[in-house]
Design a protein around this ligand. Structure first.
Ligand code: ADE
Length: 273
């Protein structure tokens, strides 16, 4: 991994639909981060690199079969031009990770987002049609990554999903209040439920503890809600969290034991009087 003192990440997306990517990421949190210069985005139109007179980038697969394949030449030349630009900007284009978004890849996860956020340059390759000629993939791709077990019409949406998730792990992209939340809950757990004004809506009240002003109790309640939700909806994530946070259960058991003894003592004292 090429570490980067100022944490800036440059995304380079090789695609046949550059506007889809640049427009999709230009709003909200990523848009704000581009404007602030914390991250940057270069879209590279693969079609600009075809040597074909008719601007063709696809052809029939050898051996037959459905659909068309993206050809090696325009993809390779778009990649080489991107590497050259990275080198000119002071990076090491030859060492940049090249992520091919494909349903055949490793499933994208939060820890991957964190890891990728430590890179200076990330090149995304978006396929279309039935895929890309295997020879250029062998030549340039370092990571094959999927966003889930379903097939989309192209790699642009998965690349945008990953860029969004990676961006929010880059220091400065989220506002302090937003990033503090990630740190306090760490990996694996689902979000606790949240409430805003009014206090009662359609007869439903905000849980009383959130109005108590007792910060410690609120944090405890939130963690318990997160744990309960994760255990119910994503038991495999809960098991991972539990395995890494044994001390939480030990402390909880001790707390409950103390509370039980205290209640017993009070009961005895009342019975004795
Ligand atoms: N391209 C098409 N479907 C995809 C998926 N599920 N993940 C990544 N890239 C894809």
């Amino acid at each position: 991994m090429s570490s980067c003192a100022d944490s800036h990440v440059s995304f380079h997306v090789l695609t046949l639909f550059p506007k889809m990517v640049s427009q999709g990421l230009s709003a909200s949190v990523t848009g704000r981060a581009f404007e602030k210069g914390i991250i940057s985005l270069e879209t590279v139109n693969i079609r600009d690199y075809t040597l074909s007179r008719h601007k063709k980038v696809d052809d029939y697969p050898y051996g037959g079969g459905a659909g068309m394949l993206m050809q090696a030449q325009p993809v390779y030349d778009a990649f080489r031009a991107t590497v050259d630009r990275i080198n000119e900007s002071g990076g090491d284009g030859e060492k940049a990770r090249v992520i091919y978004v494909t349903p055949q890849g490793r499933c994208f996860r939060q820890d991957m987002a964190k890891e990728f956020a430590g890179e200076r340059d990330l090149i995304f390759l978006c396929g279309h049609y039935e895929g890309i000629d295997e020879r250029v993939l062998e030549e340039i791709v370092t990571d094959y990554v999927s966003i889930g077990d379903y097939v989309l019409t192209g790699g642009e949406l998965p690349a945008m999903v990953m860029i969004d998730a990676i961006s929010r792990m880059v220091p400065g992209v989220l506002k302090n209040s937003e990033s503090a939340e990630i740190e306090s809950f760490g990996n694996y757990l689902l979000e606790y439920p949240q409430y805003s004004r009014p206090e009662i809506w359609r007869g439903k009240s905000v849980p009383g503890i959130l109005l108590s002003g007792d910060h410690e109790k609120v944090e405890e309640w939130r963690l318990e809600q997160s744990l309960e939700r994760t255990r119910r909806l994503r038991p495999e994530l809960y098991e991972k969290w539990a395995a890494e946070n044994q001390e939480y259960f030990i402390k909880k058991a001790k707390r409950e034991e103390r509370a039980r003894k205290k209640a017993l003592k009070q009961k005895k004292a009342l019975g004795g009087s």
